[in-house]
Design a protein around this ligand. Structure first.
Ligand code: GCU
Length: 839
């Protein structure tokens, strides 16, 4: 008994680095093992080691070993007289029939499978090899969750395209990457060790992703060098056993920049020949290449418009080269003018994709798929669906989602994204007055009777062992695959499955992760940008911390049009940019009027006074204030909820996650205060509840006694509490600040707000009456993966909290600091927080 107890506790403390994601195959608790009933023999109906069915056999063996501690035998040669014996049989429907399989299997579509666990044997039959492997993963997911029930069902994908887009650069960096360097590239070539690529394909296969574009949409033509084509062949070989096919992003100007031609005009014969030759060569190395992804005439990328050719002409160039091989072109609808004049009230970036694509419907080759970001702008925390989904009856289309949390806290904030995706996938666009739900009707191909359609998600896995930089973000990748397979999958159920597979069976762990995750996106929206005003981050910089002013006055078109009286984009037909009119009539009519526009998109479609009443009776400005307080309060509660799981999760993942949640709690307050301060300043309308700008539990650094420090402002101004901070007078001399506390005696949490820049690691020590409470270093650049900045701003603003400090009136608090590099040990304030106060 005692031995078991010790082993169990060892299990809890063993380090887990996240590398296996949700495929850990952890041993079931003893109580569950009792119900385990699994055949001891696996028959995989394919002898070829590179085949997904062969892989399925191995994976079933590995899973059963891990989950049940049994050691099943695998054979690959067929039944060999084992008919009637209890076994797990996995294979394609063809191989199943050849082997004498008897079951009457319902109709399977490409990649679909049938799973039957009734009786003594398990049968996993795929429409193709990939489907069989998916079925094996489904069965493993069941037993890894202790589910040994008898089931018999077939399942088919909602859409054939279920892809990932990596934005990896050839030099090994990743655009919008927050989890280290690329697993694919370094120094302009493909890495030699592809172990992580193989492991990534395993994860992707388990969520039924069948294609991946391996390089950045902002594509470097060097990928098409002969050496790199051979490297792509190796990548494809590593991913093929998992049924994941690879494709590449192309740079439209490659014939000129790489090929040495004097043009890249898509109608030029030499250009056509060049691309045909490149395509032929690529298929020599990657015979099952899935196709191309093209970003053209967007954000400075070259494209056909340079030669007065249409985007369809550009897309068709690649489509024709791919046709002999059955490949497809994903052509991005993310085309807009990023030099739009903000002075023109009627200009609107959201109209870009409509203006560029709506008249091209039907002009594309059949193997072109228009890949449309879910909203009309760019992965904002709230957008309506892109109206383009309703306007391509004769052209294949796919949705582009972002697992990468570019605008949702860059994997340093917990944001479970599926509830956001659901606002788009469940949206009924009412095309021709008929039910046309984005997920189940349009992307499934039903509405417009399309064979090609589906999903692409931008994902930024990197070399970090957690893949995405943080353990909890993996639920987004997991859920993406499941939603692409079936967009009606329930957000909570996906999360619960993922949690059990990732963290085990403890009920408190399950409840806590579910609760935190499900409130995380609403909270993030609350403390960043509300009512459809967009994320309000620094849009010309890292897209991370607050900077609402950066939205306006430039050509990027992510305008808020905030002035001292009013705010919002007028996208109405009667008085604005006309964007509302691009939706099908019923939807257009709804968005045309303030009264019928849902509050959450009010400022997306309308320009209204700050005093405009919402449907809940609040004014716009008061809603801003309240929502920011509510959102930050939610995030503020995360660390304590997580801390309560101590001992129920292995130490490594417990601590790494706690660290990030603590960070998020502090940065949510940075967001809250900056946005509220900004709009208070702009509108001059005070918070009816008196919170904004009043911080009774803070001592501002600029009000302290300074030694070796000077008082400065910051840019943007709202990134400093009280609009001022202190910095050391130079970047080498130790300095300090001190203050006498004037709070009633009690136990408080002491939070220090400071700024953590890169290119420097200042050190800090906090004292209470000469007693050291702790030290820390400004080293977040090594510990978090967000886009680094050199500035003292909303990205670098952060806080550290010391809990349960007994304080009496008249106590002295002191911070001793040592600046380092660019880091002048910048301090904003100290908050002395009684229990329950979020300040
Ligand atoms: C966003 C993102 C860019 C990216 C672009 C795209 O604007 O910030 O890094 O290149 O989208 O999707 O092409």
């Amino acid at each position: 008994m005692r031995v078991i107890w010790i082993l169990a506790s060892l299990g809890l403390v063993a380090a887990e680095d996240g590398l296996n994601g949700w495929l850990r195959y952890a041993r079931l608790p003893r109580g569950m093992l009792r119900h385990a009933k699994v055949p001891t023999h696996i028959i995989a109906l394919n002898t070829s080691q590179a085949s997904p069915v062969f892989t399925a056999g191995k994976e079933l063996q590995k899973g059963i070993q891990g989950v049940l501690g049994q050691n099943p035998e695998v054979t690959y040669e067929g039944l060999h007289g084992r008919q009637g014996e209890s076994s797990i049989l996995v294979g394609t429907i063809e191989a199943y029939a050849d082997a004498g399989g008897a079951a009457d299997i319902p109709e399977l579509e490409e990649d679909g499978f049938w799973l039957n666990t009734e009786g003594d044997s398990v049968e996993i039959v795929g429409q193709n090899e990939r489907g069989a492997l998916y079925g094996a993963f489904e069965y493993l997911s069941m037993i890894a969750q202790g589910n040994f029930s008898e089931v018999a069902y077939a399942t088919n994908p909602s859409a054939p395209i279920r892809w990932i887009n990596q934005w990896d650069n050839m030099d090994g960096t990743i655009e919008r990457g927050y989890a280290g360097l690329s697993i694919f590239f370094e120094n302009n070539v493909i890495v030699s060790n592809l172990t992580r690529v193989y492991e990534y394909a395993r994860l992707l296969s388990s969520i039924r992703v069948n294609g991946i574009i391996v390089n950045n949409v902002n594509a470097n033509p060097i990928l098409l060098s002969l050496e790199n084509m051979a490297g792509l062949g190796r990548i494809a070989d590593a991913m093929r056993p998992w049924g994941v096919r690879i494709g590449v992003s192309l740079n439209f100007a490659s014939p000129q920049t790489l090929g040495g031609l004097d043009t890249y005009d898509p109608f030029d014969k030499s250009v056509i020949a060049w691309w045909t030759d490149i395509t032929d060569k690529l298929y020599e190395h990657v015979p099952d290449m899935v196709g191309y992804l093209v970003k053209a005439n967007s954000e400075g990328q070259p494209g056909p418009l340079t030669y007065n050719r249409t985007l369809a002409d550009g897309a068709n160039l690649f489509a024709k080269a791919l046709q002999p091989y059955g490949g497809i072109v994903m052509f991005r609808a993310f085309v807009y003018d990023h030099h739009l004049s903000h002075e023109n009230w009627y200009n609107d970036r959201a109209n870009g994709q409509m203006e560029f694509f709506k008249d091209l419907d039907g002009a594309f080759e059949d193997n072109v798929v228009i890949q449309i970001k879910y909203g009309p702008i760019d992965f904002q925390v709230r957008e309506p669906p892109s109206p383009l989904f309703a306007h391509l009856p004769n052209t294949a289309s796919a949705i582009e989602l972002q697992v990468t949390q570019e605008y949702y806290g860059q994997q340093c904030h917990l944001v479970y994204i599926p509830p956001l995706w659901r606002t788009i996938l469940d949206y009924d666009l009412r095309v021709d007055g008929q039910k046309s739900v984005v997920g189940t009707d349009i992307l499934s191909g039903k509405t417009f009777n399309k064979k090609l359609s589906g999903y692409a998600a931008v994902v930024n896995v990197g070399l970090n062992t957690t893949w995405l930089g943080t353990h909890l973000a993996m639920s987004n990748l997991y859920a993406y695959g499941r939603l692409a397979w079936d967009p009606t999958n329930d957000d909570v159920r996906m999360l619960e499955d993922w949690t059990r597979l990732t963290f085990g069976f403890d009920e408190t762990v399950l409840e806590t992760i579910t609760k935190m995750s499900m409130v995380s996106w609403p909270a993030y929206e609350n403390y960043t940008g509300n009512l459809g005003i967009q994320t309000l981050t620094d849009i010309t910089g890292p897209h991370y911390g607050p900077n609402p002013a950066s939205h306006d006055g430039n050509g990027w078109g992510m305008w808020t049009r905030a002035n001292e009286h009013s705010i919002g984009m007028d996208r109405t037909v009667w008085n604005g940019t006309g964007n509302a009119g691009y939706y099908p009539p019923e939807i257009a009519a709804m968005y045309e009027k303030v009264e019928t526009t849902p509050d959450e998109l009010l400022l997306w479609f309308h320009h209204v006074p700050y005093t405009q009443r919402l449907k809940n009776g609040n004014t716009v400005i008061q809603h801003f204030y309240d929502a920011h307080y509510a959102g930050a309060e939610t995030a503020f509660g995360f660390p304590a909820q997580w801390a309560a799981l101590e001992g129920k999760i292995d130490r490594q993942r417990f601590e790494e996650t706690l660290f990030r949640l603590e960070y998020q709690a502090g940065h949510a307050i940075v967001w809250r205060d900056a946005i509220n301060q900004f709009y208070f300043n702009k509108s001059s309308i005070p918070d009816a509840r008196g919170r904004v700008g009043n911080y009774p539990w803070r001592v501002e650094a600029e009000d302290m006694e300074l030694d070796g420090y000077r008082v400065t402002a910051v840019t943007p101004f709202e990134a400093a509490s009280g609009l001022r901070i202190v910095q050391t007078v130079d970047n080498s001399t130790a300095a300090s600040v001190r203050a006498t506390l004037d709070f009633p005696a009690g136990v408080y949490d002491l939070a220090v707000a400071y700024y953590d820049l890169y290119e420097g690691q200042a050190s800090y020590e906090l004292f209470l009456n000469n007693r050291s409470l702790g030290t820390w270093v400004g080293d977040l650049e090594d510990r978090l993966g967000y886009t680094l900045t050199r500035g003292i701003d909303g990205h670098s603003a952060t806080r550290i909290t010391f809990r349960d400090v007994r304080i009496r009136k008249g106590d002295e608090v002191r911070i001793e600091t040592q600046p380092h590099g660019r880091e002048t040990a910048p301090l904003d304030y100290i908050a002395v927080l009684p229990k329950g106060v979020v300040e």
